[in-house]
Unconditional design. Sequence first.
Length: 256
Amino acid sequence: MYQNRFITSSELREVRKLNTGDQNNRSVSLRFVVYDFFREQMRNGVLIPGSLINVREISENLGISMTPLREALVQLETQGFVTVIPRKGVVLNGLSLRKIRNIYSIVGALEAVALRAAFPFIDEVSVESAGRINAEMRKCLNENDSQGYLDRNNRFHGLWLDRTENDELLRQIRVMKERLYEFPGNEDLIPEWEEASLNEHCELLSRIASGDLEESVRYLQFVHWDYENQEHFVRRFYSQHLDSLEKKRRDAIIHS
């Protein structure tokens, strides 16, 4: 069904330790092992959304016994990454425009809550630091450094996310963003979209610096995370990505 992934000896040691470790920590950690495995397979074009995968093949590839593997897959299913079909296997879920719209709405609302809670703790120094991060993002964009851009984008949003102690809220945001940006691993930047996002960051920082809480929250939720405002870019981004995945899949078959 799919090509084997070469796992390093250190990864295998970690998997073996997880198989014998504490039940709760094991299931959570295995979730990340399986998640990373699927993400890598999708980045390499071996798997595409809708692929049906045999659970026993996953078990053999990762060296994970069936029971903890099923626990990890159930976690991924509850978070929307996969659908487990009894006696058949696991299907990698794709992202429809409706799902993307829903995720934008949820993340926008959650980040707005985080900004409201963090606002009293955001000082002038923090805003200036976020401004420098935004400038670094622009440099990454000019150099077509997608990973550097995305890493700094996470740091920029950390201006408010890192200042909230609501762990459950942060966990939900992380999972939703994984669905949007990492699973499958969207790597291509659309310069016009990123430029618009950078300008929105500047506008948002201006509002935060002025001390206007309500306007800052409104702008974050209903402009920066507004799906209708971003839809024309979203359509380009995911269409481009799926075309890229299909090309990678064809190349993998040719070179197999």
